[in-house]
Design a protein around this ligand. Structure first.
Ligand code: HEM
Length: 392
């Protein structure tokens, strides 16, 4: 078994490869890309918090013309920035995503979930991805930002193209497509921001527009990039929490029955879905200054990849990691990352997951898989299903 993060076998099912790496080479240097892969829990948790690792500087002069718009947009994403700019950009939006603020969205999220299930309830079958896992988080984040209903499909296509550029790939077309999406996204958001300047509404976009107008805290490009990032991060991941979580449940009838009997287990169940088949499988950092770690020298400028999905199955940290256990108590997974980039939207994702699973089980207790082997999307980093046909 050979580790190659670009191989179809790895991308289809990375877990056997994770086990092999963690056992034989938990700090593994992959020559072709000069990347060091970490697969152990402790190494990932420790180094995600080490400020000698970061994002480094974006230089759009080096990018080919066909990718400049992408590099320009991503250069303004907090996700890909170091302090102090990371701190400033995160500080501008974090209040909207605190557990207290997010809790106020509970009734809205419940209504959206019920409306989505109303549409399919009488049919006795649905595609869980197209009918619930995708439209739920997309509607929530679009409402928070203030994106008009009719633009959401278009936003989703752009967002998909941007999400693919975060994956490990050597296909330049992915970056070219991402760049076209970044340009269109920016253009659309610039128009929408202009409308909010003239007549503000009660949404995040208007709040950010007023920060931009107030002075030197936020440039116009940072405003558009932040909205695009929130849209991408706000749904491309949560789709996979709902999709991968449902698939895991349906493949473990004992856990499904237990969950139906004790729906109050929902909080530990959501954490277990996040750990068991993590929506975000990997993240990466650049070495900002040369450093030694457990006998390895990390050269300045080299890349470190954190295999979060592997860390979440580390037997040193999780008892019987390959087993789905919705009652698991000791479950400090790394699915939301760690350190300064720890997922800003974690409280929102958790609440959406909680409501989606509770409502699904209550309204469709006879849920069954309608096919044997669902197919995954082409994105390894954001692991999720293309579709999940179910009957109920
Ligand atoms: C199950 C759903 C989600 C998962 C698994 C997830 C996972 C992650 C992870 C692993 C990171 C850190 C990446 C890194 O360190 O490189 C991250 C960052 C981030 N996430 Fe999430 N996320 C989810 C949902 C959301 C939602 C709903 C939002 C809402 C807007 C969101 C917004 C963000 C943002 C803005 C960042 C960047 C934070 C920073 O750089 O400081 N995420 N997420």
């Amino acid at each position: 078994m050979e580790f190659n993060p670009l191989s179809p076998e790895f991308r289809l099912n990375p877990y056997p490869f994770y086990d092999m790496l963690r056992t034989h080479a938990p700090i593994f240097f992959w020559e072709p890309w000069q990347f060091t892969f970490l697969s152990g829990y402790e190494d990932c948790a420790t180094l995600l918090r080490d400020n000698r690792l970061g994002r480094g500087h974006f230089d759009d002069s080096m990018a080919p013309a066909s990718q400049k718009d992408l590099v320009r947009m991503q250069a303004d994403w907090m996700l890909l920035k170091d302090p102090p700019n990371h701190t400033r950009l995160r500080g501008l939006v974090y209040k909207a995503f605190t557990p207290r603020m997010v809790e106020q969205l509970r009734a809205t999220i419940q209504t959206i979930t019920d409306q989505l299930l109303d549409t399919v309830q009488a049919q006795g079958e649905m595609d869980l991805i197209a009918d619930l896992a995708y439209p739920l988080p997309v509607t929530v984040i679009a409402e928070m930002l203030g994106i008009p209903l009719d633009a959401r499909e278009q936003f989703h296509d752009w967002s998909n193209a941007l999400a693919l550029t975060l994956d490990m790939t050597d296909d330049t077309a992915v970056y070219d497509q991402g760049s076209i999406a970044a340009a269109r996204f920016t253009e659309y958001l610039a128009d929408l921001a202009e409308q909010r300047r003239r007549s503000p509404k009660n949404d995040l976009l208007s709040a950010l527009v007023s920060v931009e107008e107030a002075g030197d805290h936020l440039t116009a490009n940072e405003l558009y990039a932040t909205c695009a990032l929130l849209f991408v991060a706000g749904h491309e991941t949560t789709i996979n929490l709902i999709g991968n979580g449902t698939l895991a449940l349906l493949r473990h009838p004992d856990q499904f029955e237990l969950f139906k009997r004790e729906p109050e287990l929902v909080k530990t169940a959501v954490e277990e879905f996040l750990r068991y088949d993590s929506p975000v499988q990997m993240t990466a950092r650049i070495v900002l200054e040369e450093m030694e770690y457990k006998g390895h020298t990390f050269q300045r400028g080299s890349q470190i990849a954190f295999l979060l999905g592997a860390a979440n199955h580390d037997p040193e940290r999780f008892e019987n990691p390959a087993q789905l256990d919705i009652t698991r108590q000791k479950n400090q997974h790394l699915s939301f990352g760690g350190g300064i980039h720890y997922c800003l939207g974690a409280p929102l994702a958790r609440l959406e997951g909680e409501i989606a699973f509770t409502t699904l089980l209550r309204r469709m207790p006879n849920l069954h898989l309608a096919i044997d082997t669902p197919t995954y999307t082409d994105n390894y980093l954001l692991r999720g299903l293309k579709s999940l046909p179910v009957t109920f």
